[in-house]
Design a binder for this molecule. Structure first.
Ligand code: GLV
Ligand code: MG
Length: 324
């Protein structure tokens, strides 16, 4: 291990993060009864400019009046380049900050963006005498944000998670796609597995680098990496395939932009019963090995050692948090 230790952000279930426009209060009750772990009430891109003030008022009222159960509640504020952002923070936090767990910062571009929101929040919390500190979620969705991701991830002890905003990221990098997430049929390789000149085209994952880079920056700073939206809500298999790729790389959850995606995220981001049983068997075998003075042993014909304990703990901790 390095001499530098990584402190972990506040633990919070984050398998499914449901996006709900702040301008559509008709969706709030249904969202509150859903199985999403976190709900973000949106003030940004799902809200038209002339609806911003009303959306703020809706959110303040709903944070007080709706029974959100054990969900973590977040609000996505507008970008720091808009004139809406300061009032998003001031109005929502002054009037309902004690009901809020997280503020989501869109289009985070530099560490100073996080610092600015942290400063504003700190002043409001102190002035209002709030004792619970509101956490931060940063969306990485611009080329600038991806370039500065390491500094962003280390910018504030309030930060809990990094999110990959695939739609804005595609626009910012001028990627040739109009899909929100998922693979693009033009991004692939021609291969000739049999060497017989009969070439086949295989799709690749154009988001692999971005998501993997976000996972590394997040985990190196004790944050949760979360995959963002998948726009085609009539394609559950496509959603699950994207979610599985993110989960395999280390993401802890994914957004739902439609209620039908909640169960899909909860399924993919929970370990299977088999995985949990195998992880528990590894912990038991290593406990026995260590009691017998051994550092490594064989389990089911495979070597396991100290690193296996850490891998297995990731799965067992996750299962315990979900209540499996
Ligand atoms: C999310 O905000 C995105 O742009 O994908
Ligand atoms: Mg976006």
């Amino acid at each position: 291990m390095s001499f530098q230790t990584v402190s972990q952000a506040k633990a919070r279930l984050n398998r499914c993060e449901l996006a709900v426009p702040g301008s559509s209060p008709k969706f709030f009750e249904k969202a509150a009864k859903s199985e999403a772990d976190i709900i973000f009430l949106d003030l940004e891109d799902a809200v038209a400019p002339d609806q911003k003030a009303q959306a703020r008022a809706n959110i303040v009222q709903a944070l007080h009046d709706v029974d959100w159960g054990s969900k973590s509640m977040a609000v996505r504020i507008n970008g720091l380049d808009t004139h809406y952002m300061y009032r998003d923070v001031v109005d929502v936090v002054e009037q309902a900050g004690d009901k809020l767990d997280l503020i989501m910062i869109p289009k985070a571009g530099t560490a100073a963006d996080i610092y600015a929101v942290d400063m504003l929040l700190t002043q409001i919390e102190t002035a209002k005498g709030f004792t619970k500190r509101i956490g931060l979620e940063a969306i990485i969705e611009t080329a600038l944000g991806m370039q500065n991701i390491e500094q962003i991830a280390a910018a504030s002890p309030r930060l809990e998670s990094l999110h990959f905003g695939v739609a804005d990221y595609a626009a910012s990098t001028r990627a040739r796609t109009v899909n929100i997430g998922g693979p693009n049929p033009d991004y692939g390789v021609l291969s000739d597995p049999d060497g017989d000149g009969n070439r086949q085209f295989y799709w690749g994952d154009m988001w692999h680098y971005a998501i993997n880079r976000m996972v590394i920056a997040a985990r190196a700073n004790g944050l949760r990496p979360i995959d963002g939206p998948f726009g085609d809500f009539s394609d559950p298999e496509g959603y699950k395939a994207q979610a599985r790729r993110a989960a395999i790389l280390g993401c802890e959850g994914k957004w739902a932009i439609h209620p039908s995606q909640i169960a899909l995220a909860n399924e993919v981001f929970a370990p299977s019963a088999d995985e949990v049983a195998k992880a528990r068997a590894i912990l038991k075998a290593m406990e026995d090995a260590q009691a017998a003075g051994q550092g490594a042993v064989a389990l089911d014909g495979k070597l396991i050692d100290n690193a296996s304990i850490k891998q297995a703990r990731v799965i067992v901790d996750q299962a315990e948090a979900i209540g499996m």
